[in-house]
Design a binder for this molecule. Structure first.
Ligand SMILES: Nc1nc2c(ncn2[C@@H]2O[C@H](COP(=O)(O)OP(=O)(O)OP(=O)(O)O)[C@@H](O)[C@H]2O)c(=O)[nH]1
Ligand SMILES: [Mg+2]
Ligand SMILES: [Zn+2]
Length: 288
């Protein structure tokens, strides 16, 4: 029988098939073959023996969060507690580009006291690189209807720092999901890692994945990946004078030209430089 892995808890795989949930174990042989079924995998299983027999090829897969076959990433940030971070937004967008998965930004907690200018700046910055932004409150439900529409017929992975309101968003969409919601700790300056596991929840012809939050800049991207997949830079990759240009100190760099003439925002480029500084090289390079 064909099914979909919707959750993994304590070594048991929750498989949804024709509206029923089966709790299965993987076939012992998977370990030897290096196959590790993950949430989002389409699989073949034996409903009597309750074992997973085959994992079908994936259309996409992420390591962080560990999930397969998603059609979009919904990046969640909060305006406050924790503060919105351009650095993280650009980093996660790079990660989505690396995996060739479309991404949208949802920014929560607009009910909290905030600076209107920041909202406009965020909107404009991401509109200039064709990334949609949505501003909502999970508390008052302002802006929620537009966000709900994003999930129709998609397999969406919700991703973001701990405490930004990922699980709260899912509950705001439908309170029947009853996702546990954590607190924001002033002392820690972050959320308290409420969600511990990836889970797929059915919604409007598709699925929404709730995922554990990151503490900070946990995605360790390489300098080369930043240059190749940074939002707004992707179609310039390999077009600079030096084919392997990292758009930093190199001469005749197209990215830097575009920053200079205003086609690429300074804010985007400043974040790029900072992320690149923190990143390591994938390959050893010769200094020019
Ligand atoms: N005022 C306000 N508080 C919110 C909003 N969304 C979430 N919160 C609060 O933010 C805190 C964290 O929310 P969660 O939904 O647990 O955050 P999460 O992103 O799922 O966190 P992890 O599961 O740890 O990754 C809770 O105290 C929520 O009540 C919002 O739109 N407005
Ligand atoms: Mg959560
Ligand atoms: Zn360049």
């Amino acid at each position: 029988m064909k099914g979909l892995i919707v959750a993994i808890t304590c070594g048991l795989y929750a498989i949804e098939a024709e509206g029923v949930i089966y709790k299965c174990k993987p076939r012992g042989i998977f370990r030897n073959q290096g196959i590790k079924p993950v949430v989002g995998d389409n699989i073949e299983f034996d409903p009597n023996e309750l074992v997973i027999e085959n994992v079908y090829p994936r259309t996409s897969s992420l390591k962080r969060p560990l999930i397969a076959n998603i059609s979009q990433i919904i990046l969640v940030f909060s305006l406050k507690e924790p503060d919105f971070s351009y650095l993280l937004a650009f980093k996660y967008l790079t990660y989505a580009n690396m995996h060739d998965i479309k991404a949208k930004l949802v920014i929560t907690k607009i009910d909290k006291e905030h600076d209107k200018k920041l909202i406009n700046e965020i909107k404009e910055t991401f509109a200039s690189i064709n990334v949609e932004t949505y501003f909502i409150s999970n508390k008052t439900k302002e802006g929620l209807e537009e966000v709900k529409a994003l999930f129709k017929d998609e397999v969406s992975c919700i991703m973001g720092q701990t405490g930004v309101g990922k699980s709260s968003l899912i509950n705001a969409i439908d309170s029947n999901y009853e996702r546990a919601v954590g607190e924001y700790s002033m002392a820690l300056g972050r959320g308290k890692h409420q969600t511990k596991e990836v889970i797929l929840l059915p919604y409007q012809g598709g699925y929404i994945a709730d995922t554990p939050g990151f503490s900070s800049l946990e995605l360790n991207l390489y300098k080369e990946d930043l240059a190749a997949f940074y939002p707004g830079f992707t179609n310039l990759y390999n077009k600079c004078y030096f084919a392997d240009c990292l758009h930093l100190s190199e001469n005749r760099c197209l990215v830097k030209e575009k920053v200079h003439n205003g086609e690429i925002s300074n804010l985007a480029y400043e974040c790029y430089k900072k992320l690149s500084e923190e990143a390591i090289f994938k390959k050893e390079r010769y200094s020019k």
